[in-house]
Design a protein around this ligand. Structure first.
Ligand SMILES: [Zn+2]
Ligand SMILES: [Zn+2]
Length: 173
């Protein structure tokens, strides 16, 4: 959804919003390696000083991603708190040398905050770098590609370890 900053009263604004998973997927435009199988809920507290807006919030989302070991899809729960800063003000000449990232402020094109993009950005920061479907996922066999969580395959995977052990034994002699 879009929030017009002119609608934020001086006293601030509390909002409970729900974004459809499909809307978030669409906003991501296939650029992310996870998707939203269900609606995302967020509690937002907005406060405004002139053209500057601070958003503090809490996001609860379920994301669907692929395990880094077995490649199977699984759902991962995300619960995060964040703060974001926006300004609809002109970028002053003196500020131009500072990139928005350095100031940690997002410059708005108009006067609207796009909560879909904001939620997407925050969730993306919270996605595990090495996602695992479970702590002890056995992954795929490097030789035949079988999912070792389902069944052991017939491949001999002990080769490397045995080699090292054999060398160790030689050393001891
Ligand atoms: Zn896995
Ligand atoms: Zn195998």
């Amino acid at each position: 959804m879009k929030i017009n900053i002119d609608d934020i009263p001086e006293a601030g604004l509390d909002l409970d919003i729900k974004e459809e998973g499909s809307a978030l997927d669409e906003a991501a435009g296939g650029r992310l390696d996870f998707s939203f199988p269900s609606p995302v809920e967020a509690h937002l507290e907005l406060s405004r000083t002139g053209a500057n807006v601070q958003v503090s919030g809490e996001i609860r989302a379920k994301i669907r991603l692929n395990c880094g070991r077995c490649l199977n899809e699984f759902d991962h729960d995300i619960s995060l708190n964040f703060s974001d800063y926006f300004t609809a003000g002109r970028v002053e000449e003196k500020d131009k040398e500072l990139k928005p990232e350095e100031l940690d402020i997002s410059y708005l094109e108009g006067t609207e905050i796009d909560t879909t993009a904001m939620i997407l950005g925050q969730v993306a920061l919270d996605v595990p770098i090495q996602p695992l479907c479970k702590e002890d996922c056995k992954g795929l066999c490097p030789k035949c590609g079988a999912d070792l969580n389902i069944a052991e395959c017939a491949c001999d995977k002990g080769g490397k370890t045995d080699e090292r052990l054999a060398k160790l034994k030689d050393f001891k002699k």
